[in-house]
Design a protein around this ligand. Sequence first.
Ligand code: ATP
Length: 471
Amino acid sequence: MSDILIVDDERDIRELVSDILEDEGFSTRLAGNSDECMSEINAEPPGLLILDIWLKDSRMDGIDILKAVKRDNPDVPVVIISGHGNIEIAVAAIKQGAYDFIEKPFNIDQLMVVIRRAMEASRLRRENSALKRREVTSSDMIGSSAAFRTMVGQLDKVTKSNGRVMLKGPAGSGKEIAARYIHAHSNRANAPFVTVNCAGIEPERVEEVLFGRESTERGVESGLLEQAHGGVVYFDEVADMPLGTQSKILRVLVDQQFQRVGGSDKVRVDLRVISSTNKDLDSEIRAERFREELYHRLNVVPIAVPSLEERREDIPVLADHFIEVCNSTQGLPQRDLSDEAVALMQTMQWPGNVRQLKNLVERVLILGDSSGPIEARELPSEEEKQSDDGRVVLSGALATLPLREAREAFEREYLLTQINRFGGNISRTASFVGMERSALHRKLKSLGVVTSTKAGARVAHVDDEATEAAE
Ligand SMILES: Nc1ncnc2c1ncn2[C@@H]1O[C@H](COP(=O)(O)OP(=O)(O)OP(=O)(O)O)[C@@H](O)[C@H]1O
């Protein structure tokens, strides 16, 4: 079991707490001021920190120490000791990330309850992140085609370095999963992986979201960059980053530091930067929508992520994998794939790549037959297939509807497909389909399309109640 570091300027108190904890089977270390405390933590982060708020003869008070611990060793739980009548300070400490506080004078039972709970919470958190990592490393990167193996070979080469990687590939091809693979196999695997959805941040909130904020009422709220300290920050779809944000990110990459909104101190962070794009950034630079200098900083090691059409031979293993995932996470039937279904899937167009395949598998398992192998007839027939001269071929069903209903049916199906293709992200769907975000929201409402979270992913579907009411 890891040990407990007790920091208090009163020798009697730290020795008393230490005696109690050692009687309970914990090992302890002691510190009487902030310097001793920081050198103990730097030598070896403890399993738990018990920290007095007021420290005499110290360069840092308890709150400063707490901030440093939450920044550099966020997994170490901190229990605050506060003097009687200092509840407000203790509450402020909790806002800064302390697990709990005990008020002096305290009794042994109270102390033990708080410590056991703090240790348990931190154990669960660590286990949880280990599980998440295992999920990514062992099961998520599926494939054996040549194109896939080439990519994995390149990912393996960059895991050991700290170089900035740019993943280039179409939407849904697995860029984020590739970034997570680099993280999980690097020496930063135990530190955070934080995704910055470049299109999704409102331009007026960019600084707050990335750099955090400081105010007297709410204390320090760390932004995404600070949350990623020691680990990896993943800029998803950098081409969608507004120009103003690009300059701010560039400055951070050059200076290696930033200021929180409302704060005056410089915050230094240690980050590995991975970014992704599905656009051709050279033409974005020529069109003056992307800053060339930022491109060169991000594009140190470019890695191509192949589209699903470039790795069609992986389709059967990927589909089997998604059937298994749907079975274990949602209890959907565990079915095989018939040879005809596999053949059809391997000849289809996949503009939404692996994400589209995953959604298709889920849809067939929900709507299709409940047992037996998946047959080709259960896969969506390509109703709105393009004819050779680019015109849309009308299927029987659509052709029998009045124009208004046919248009609605088409719009509903089209937008459902697009939203799911963009993983439920309305901003990106809006930008792809060429509508304003608010107009798209209105449209979806009128068509009865809603989004909800299913097995951790945002999915779009038709809200039956809304469409019935409209009819
Ligand atoms: N090789 C793979 N093995 C298993 N699942 C995969 C693989 N590649 C992609 N996926 C799955 O496909 C979906 C899309 O992948 P991901 O989000 O990584 O794509 P992306 O290229 O980052 O998409 P976008 O550009 O739209 O953000 C995810 O659910 C992911 O788990």
